[in-house]
Write a protein that binds this ligand. Sequence first.
Ligand code: NAD
Length: 467
Amino acid sequence: MGAGKTTMGRDLGARLGREFIDLDQLIEATEETTIAELFSSRGEGAFRELEERHAREVLQRRAPLVLALGGGALGSEATRALLREYAFTILLDIEPAEAWQRVGGSGRPLARDRESFESLYAARRTRYEEAADARADDLDGAILAAAGVHVENGSLEQLGTLVPGDGPVELVVDATVNGIHGVDVQLALGARDVAVHEVPAGEEAKTTTSLDRLWRALRIGRDGTIVAVGGGSTTDVAGFAAATYMRGVTWTAVPTTLVGQVDAAIGGKTAIDLPEGKNLIGSFHWPARVVADPRLLETLPERELANGRAEVVKTGLLSGQELWERPLAEQVRSCAAFKAALCLQDPDDRGPRTQLNLGHTFAHALEAAAGFDLAHGEAVALGLLAATRLSARHLGLEPAACDEVERMLRPTPVKVDRDAAWAALARDKKALAGTPRLVLLKAPGRPVWGVELPPDDVRAALDELIA
Ligand SMILES: NC(=O)c1ccc[n+]([C@@H]2O[C@H](COP(=O)([O-])OP(=O)(O)OC[C@H]3O[C@@H](n4cnc5c(N)ncnc54)[C@H](O)[C@@H]3O)[C@@H](O)[C@H]2O)c1
């Protein structure tokens, strides 16, 4: 009571694209009276029966929705059983004193005096904790919990408890990262850690040779877990190994780059490269958990940080918030939550998740034309510049957004073959019959996708990125 579940539930529903139901409001609407009136006319016992009946009806729909459940509802064993079976339950953490400030004097039947309010809270507390699959105290926290993403400075130390289950763990770790953080990772995992597999540092990890070596070295059974420690290259190959080894085992991602923490480790896409193209072989296989410790970024070289910064600016433009102005750990948390919400909403990447490609159509074209001898962050920075310029020209985006991209990322035109870049753009996965379909912005926070513009205008924007 007073934890803010109605406000948070409504916001969570909006972020996840799911219906939101507040059980109290549902009861008031169907009974055509207020909760206070129900309490006084029929008594608490009768209200609890009603509450249990409505909770059962909503939970048994088994639909993807967000349900705000009053604290008293957990008094019912039947409701607790339904939650265990059908729901992911998040406990909204709040201090009783703060809750009282919000609801004291509000006329709610169980918030008439502070002493009984606080003792009710204390009495219910254990039940809340037992029923909760996770806790949160803000919207991003609830989204991250629902997506199994844990972002916290120093979380590496808690890895042993954060990796779900209690079965054996095989580590797959980037060779460079192993040299820097390997001992800490193994200490944190303790006795669960039964083997360590090094993969080559960076993109080299994503070859068929590296994957083949990994498949053949793995020993865990279906009860085991793969823990991937490294940047997007490591989580991509280890995640794909987890998707395919013994027809699929669970895995946990421990991203150690900014790209990994804000992007690659979230959303379940895994892949390896072929000589014919990047990420050509892969699958969707969500990690059971993502453990992002922003402190690990302290050892990341500047060039790699810059790659991640481009994704942070992208996420800031999509969300309409200047995320890049926040301290690094907060950037990670907000970006991870933004991506997690889109991926929960659209796990197969057929709808709103597409917006995450902002700037990437141009970036991929430049990378292909450069024979992949171009840092991904530089390519994305240029891509964001083209996307914001086209948005300003065609959709009325304020040019300030282009200035912000220039200020934050300093994109510099690259020397590549113009025709090769244009040909690569027309071949993009999202192109329709050779016409690129772009993600653009009407305003920061208002993305549109599937936009087709006159080819000459798109080509001009691409040409402006080429020295
Ligand atoms: N699956 C997805 O949704 C997704 C999304 C974005 C990118 N990706 C993939 O991610 C890959 C790029 O990943 P990345 O940018 O994270 O880089 P990376 O994994 O290629 O690593 C880059 C370099 O940083 C080093 N490194 C990593 N962590 C370090 C640390 N904490 N300290 C010091 N050095 C460290 C590595 O050894 C490597 O040399 C690409 O293959 C891309 O396709 C996947």
